[in-house]
Design a protein around this ligand. Structure first.
Ligand SMILES: [Zn+2]
Length: 411
């Protein structure tokens, strides 16, 4: 086994064990007694239910995680990659079309293996805890639409990347970087108005107390807001949320219909103030810039490794190719991706704290923000006592009690 193979194998195994260990620590933090300071967050029954929910999901995560590692290892060591490559080469379609087929077959293979787990998560786990509202029809339609969209959006991008690395010489990664960046910005720009409505219905919030409160708040912080949308989150789940997406003319703030049902106007205003805080604190722009820099780093490293013989030897390949190099490099890149991901989570948690603070300071209503978070976490069966190491690895938001403490400190 060569060095590259050893690095990739070690990464896969370490990643699996690290996550299992974090899960184990996380489960050990669960105490049967509802801690006194949490009394106004959860009913004792609801608290037990939230712990069950965590246990069930953790176990399910172990099963899916182990299964995917086993499948990858079998495919790798049974020489699945060179076999697929030989089959693709027998069609003699040239490097770009061969690449699209090679990567497309792997993607379809992966998608098919994921479907049963997705069915179980939706129709067994979420159902058992009373969250599931997805019908079989919605599930199948989502799958079809998601696949078509991935093909429609993914194929030109992939073909472009393959073509640059095939024909553009040593500056390929820079051309690729420019093209990928423009493409991603374009997709993000049109997503709120063209892509998201394929999956959900967005209706403008009806005129009334809530809408005028939101518009006058937005006006007070000079946030350019024309409309607030209500999204039919209840089509799939009773869990609730709100979000802000896109930029420029197409940016959009949306509240789930499930959220509106459960919260007071003050609480909803606090939630939206938090979302607008992300925009005012430039978190959205910063995330986009960080994403662009990450893409550049990845493409640069890709350019160094894409024709490195050791990378192809690691997967028993008879021939080198840009398309196979792309897949193998993605596996080699995963340790670095893991560390960058951790930094991005830290950045995200910092942003969430800032957005909470922004909401509290500009609404002058810390109580509403804290109440909104408490209700949200109880309703969504959030884990109140996650282990710090688990939080460090996985949480994009600080744990809810830390957020509430921080809010009370500001207020
Ligand atoms: Zn946020």
């Amino acid at each position: 086994m060569n060095l590259i193979a050893a690095i990739i194998l070690a990464t896969i195994v370490i990643d699996l064990f690290l996550n299992a260990w974090a899960d184990y620590l996380n489960l050990k933090m669960l105490q049967p007694e509802l801690p006194p300071s949490f009394k106004d967050v959860y009913e004792p029954d609801q608290y037990r239910k939230s712990q069950d929910y965590l246990r069930v999901n953790t176990r399910f995560g172990w099963i899916t995680g182990t299964f995917s590692v086993v499948v990858i290892l079998i495919f790798w060591f049974a020489k699945g990659f060179p076999m697929l490559d030989q089959w693709v080469r027998s069609w003699d379609l040239g490097p770009i079309f061969s690449g699209l087929i090679f990567i497309g077959v792997l993607a379809i293979f992966k998608a098919i293996l994921t479907i049963p787990f997705s069915i179980y998560a939706t129709f067994v786990i979420e159902e058992r805890f009373g969250f599931n509202k997805t019908t079989w029809k919605t599930f199948v339609l989502d799958l079809v639409k998601g696949t078509l969209l991935a093909i429609l959006l993914g194929t030109p991008l992939l073909a472009g990347v393959l073509a640059f690395f095939e024909y553009a010489g040593s500056y390929a990664w820079i051309y690729c970087w420019i093209a990928v960046t423009l493409y991603m910005l374009g997709v993000q720009f049109i997503a709120p108005t063209w892509i998201m409505p394929l999956f959900n219905r967005f209706n403008p919030l009806e005129p009334g107390e809530l809408r005028s409160a939101i518009l006058s708040y937005a006006n007070s912080i000079k946030f350019p807001l024309e409309n607030v949308y209500v999204m039919d989150g209840s089509r799939r789940s009773s869990k609730s949320n709100a979000f802000f997406t896109g930029f420029g003319k197409h940016k959009r703030i949306a509240l789930f219909d499930t959220l509106i049902k459960q919260h007071t106007t003050r609480e909803l205003l606090a939630v939206l103030a938090h979302e607008m805080g992300h925009y005012k604190k430039k978190h959205i722009m910063l995330s986009i810039i960080l994403g662009i820099l990450q893409t550049g780093l990845m493409l640069f490293l890709l350019s160094l490794f894409i024709s490195y013989q050791g990378l192809f030897d690691a997967f028993y390949m008879d021939y080198t190719s840009v398309y196979a190099g792309l897949i193998f490099f993605a596996m080699l890149y995963s340790p670095l991706d893991f560390f960058i991901g951790m930094l991005m989570q830290m950045f995200s948690r910092r942003n969430e704290t800032q957005a909470d603070r922004f909401a509290v300071e500009t609404t002058g209503d810390p109580q509403a923000m804290a109440d909104a978070l408490k209700k949200l976490s109880a309703h969504n069966l959030t884990n109140l006592t996650p282990h710090p190491f688990y939080v460090f690895l996985n949480y994009s938001h600080p744990p809810v009690l830390q957020r509430i403490n921080d809010i009370n400190r500001v207020g």
